[in-house]
Design a protein around this ligand. Structure first.
Ligand SMILES: Nc1ncnc2c1ncn2[C@@H]1O[C@H](COP(=O)(O)OP(=O)(O)OP(=O)(O)O)[C@@H](O)[C@H]1O
Length: 337
């Protein structure tokens, strides 16, 4: 079990990680999510002992990374964002070098061959690392992390910079590895996290803002129903009609390519609103052209926990005409969750 307890990291006056705590149990596959600069790499570097904590404590199966670094490091395989590979070694030389550094005890040749088979790098074993594609370099990085059979794998953005085919291959490889190991995976790619992880930790500005299963995080946003519709007529009048409906929290609108048609964005916590919209508009003799119910996705969850209010509005795919003060309230609620 990995335990991160009230851990803080300061770079000079910059607080990169701020009193975070979480536990990862054996066999869990945890996605570590956050925007650029949120503190993911700093946290991973502290867990793996590459960086010391300014405050707090990290233990792996009861061993403190600060006091028993060798014991902890033996249990962790780390694939940093940029794998540190000696470009002028062949793949096989690189693996041998890591094996020696890690002072692994199992039969060398058999162990390294098994890993080459697992990450599918047998065919490039004798190639110089500098001549490998980025996808293969990532596999070699992963192979290095697997030397010594560590039960915990920490992977920092393992698919960044890879082409779509390589991404699919590495993702499949991670899923296979996760069957028998504890994995902490940092990524910006939500489909990746959703495909591989059974738990998500979201970090924002150095603080943990969410820690749950992907399904439950999405479910918690179910209350926030959003309807998008297009209707024909005068925008302000239509907006007033929609806003007058019981259960509607907020309405905004934006231009479409057709100058008579605006798109309306309704925020509500009641499913009944969706059922009543067409009737209300018909009563007011307003032709309804389209109506969509936007179900929350993991992307919505991520945006909810990591986006400042003003960006949240900009992120919507059309020009916002209204100022939305209710979003400000919503944001404050969000940070309390
Ligand atoms: N060595 C350093 N000195 C000073 N500040 C640093 C250092 N390393 C990171 N930071 C700062 O600490 C914060 C967290 O950085 P970190 O690299 O952990 O974020 P991240 O979530 O991994 O981001 P990314 O997704 O871009 O890799 C950022 O504001 C970053 O600028």
């Amino acid at each position: 079990m990995l335990e991160v307890l009230e851990v803080t990291k300061q770079y000079g006056r910059k607080v990169a990680v701020d009193h975070i705590s979480f536990t990862v149990n054996q066999g869990e596959v945890v996605g570590f999510l956050g925007t650029n600069g949120a503190g993911k790499s700093t946290t991973m570097n502290m867990i793996t002992g590459y960086l010391s904590c300014t405050e707090g404590k990290i233990t792996v199966n009861g061993h403190d990374i600060l006091h028993e670094p060798e014991k902890v490091k033996k249990q962790i395989g780390y694939l940093p964002e940029i794998p540190p590979l000696y470009q002028d070694l062949t793949v096989w030389e690189s693996l041998n070098f890591t094996y020696d550094l890690k002072k692994v005890k199992v039969n060398k040749k058999a162990h390294l061959e098994e890993i080459c088979e697992l990450v599918q790098i047998k065919e490039v074993k004798n190639k110089l690392i500098q001549n490998l594609s980025k996808g293969y370099k990532q596999r070699v990085g992963l192979a290095n992390a697997l030397i010594g059979n560590p039960p915990i794998l920490i992977l920092d953005e393992p698919t960044v910079g890879l082409d779509p085919k390589q991404i699919i291959e590495i993702r499949k490889l991670i899923s296979d590895l996760a069957k028998t190991r504890t994995v902490i995976l940092s990524s910006h790619i939500l489909q990746e996290i959703e495909a591989v992880c059974d738990r998500i930790i979201i970090i924002n500005q150095g603080k943990i803002v969410a820690d749950d299963t992907p399904g439950h995080l999405v479910q918690m946003r179910q209350n926030e129903r959003r309807l998008t519709l297009q209707a024909l007529g005068e925008a302000e009048k239509i907006k007033d009609v929609l806003a007058s409906m019981e259960g509607v929290d907020h309405v905004s609108y934006a231009k479409t390519e057709d100058e008579d048609i605006y798109e309306y964005y309704i925020q509500t916590e009641e499913d009944a609103v969706r059922r009543k919209v067409s009737g209300i508009l018909a009563e007011a003799h307003i032709p309804l052209l389209e109506l969509h119910h936007n179900k929350p996705t993991l992307e919505d969850v991520f945006m909810y926990y990591t986006t400042p209010t003003y960006e949240k509005l900009e992120e919507i795919d059309f020009e916002i005409i209204e100022d939305d003060e209710e979003y400000v309230g919503g944001r404050e609620d969000a940070s309390n969750l």
